[in-house]
Design a protein. Structure first.
Length: 319
């Protein structure tokens, strides 16, 4: 199995996900609620603040490979049809978030304190409430669902299953984050930058959730960072160069990189050092007039506190 596509393409994903031939897109057989969320996401101003933090949606795939595009869905139809065998269920086409990474360290953090909705049976609601009470979810707003970390010594991915996150207490969450961002895997100076970058993105997501009236039941925060030390170093170098170029463009005005009418193509970019997205929207709903989802906000606060604690540990180790 490829390091880029663990646990059915991505940690935290389900078995009804497949990638296209080159791995850059995934096709996910979905419930109606998740399809509706992505279909409404692009035109809706209600979720405008969240759009940058949600996987890119290319359309709905129907039986025999036909695509109902969102304006961009037709771009990969020739490749998508290679893996669809005339299934009857609709599927959504999304970007594969792990595709740009060489050795992706990935964690799926289940957000929120409530995992039931009014359409569930009393029995299922009781099970969901019991799970929240007996895990870290109700107290902290998060549960470490599962994660993987690249071990450079053994040259293999270390998989941590869902059972780990369900078995630990809230006081053990820092140890879980330490396992996901371990020392010894990459230089401490890079670990410090990774945590700072991830923290910045989580803060932006928190602010977007704060401004959005919705209920996100069963959704997750997916965090990915490059586990290969050499690739991570190059990714940060490329990131710094792009940031410097952006500053130059701001100072000098925009330019169109053309010579004699021909566009000068820049070299292909490396993947980012890290990526943070919200995923799993099968039960996400508008909640106009009800305010933001306080359970999800609690989970994001907990995540930020954990990242801050880990950053302090890394800085102390580097001192």
């Amino acid at each position: 199995m490829s390091d880029k596509m663990p646990l059915a393409t991505q940690v935290g994903s389900h078995l009804n996900i497949r990638s296209i031939a080159d791995g850059s897109l995934i096709v996910k057989s979905c419930l109606a609620g998740e399809k509706d969320f992505y279909t409404l996401l692009t035109p809706s101003e209600h979720f405008a603040r969240l759009r940058p933090f949600i996987p890119r949606f290319l359309g709905v795939l129907r039986s025999k490979g036909s695509v109902e595009p969102n304006g961009r869905g037709e771009m990969r139809l020739d490749k998508v049809t290679q893996i669809v065998n005339g299934g009857r269920r609709e599927s959504i086409i999304l970007e594969n978030l792990v595709f740009p990474f060489k050795r992706p360290n990935i964690i799926d953090i289940k957000l929120g304190t409530v995992f039931w909705n009014k359409n569930m049976s009393p029995e299922k609601r009781e099970r969901m409430e019991k799970t929240a009470r007996e895990t870290t979810s109700l107290e902290t707003g998060i549960r470490l669902t599962e994660f993987q970390v690249w071990d450079p010594t053994a040259q293999t991915m270390v998989m941590v299953p869902k059972s780990y996150g369900k078995s630990i207490a809230a006081s053990e969450l820092p140890a879980g984050v330490k396992r996901f961002i371990p020392t010894g895997s990459v230089p401490l100076r890079l670990l410090e930058r990774i945590i700072e970058r991830i923290t910045h993105d989580v803060r932006r997501i928190r602010d977007a959730v704060q401004a959005t009236e919705m209920r996100m039941i069963g959704g997750s925060l997916l965090i990915i960072w490059e586990g290969d030390s050499e690739t991570l170093e190059k990714a940060f170098e490329a990131w710094d160069e792009r940031a410097a170029e952006d500053e130059d463009e701001d100072d000098n005005g925009s330019c169109d990189n053309t010579t004699g009418g021909s566009t000068i193509k820049k070299p292909q970019k490396l993947g980012p050092p890290s990526l943070v997205k919200l995923v799993d929207f099968a039960q996400t709903q508008f909640a106009p007039g009800e305010g933001p989802d306080e359970g999800v906000l609690l989970g994001l606060k907990t995540t930020l506190d954990l990242l801050d604690g880990r950053l302090k540990e890394i800085r102390e180790a580097a001192a």
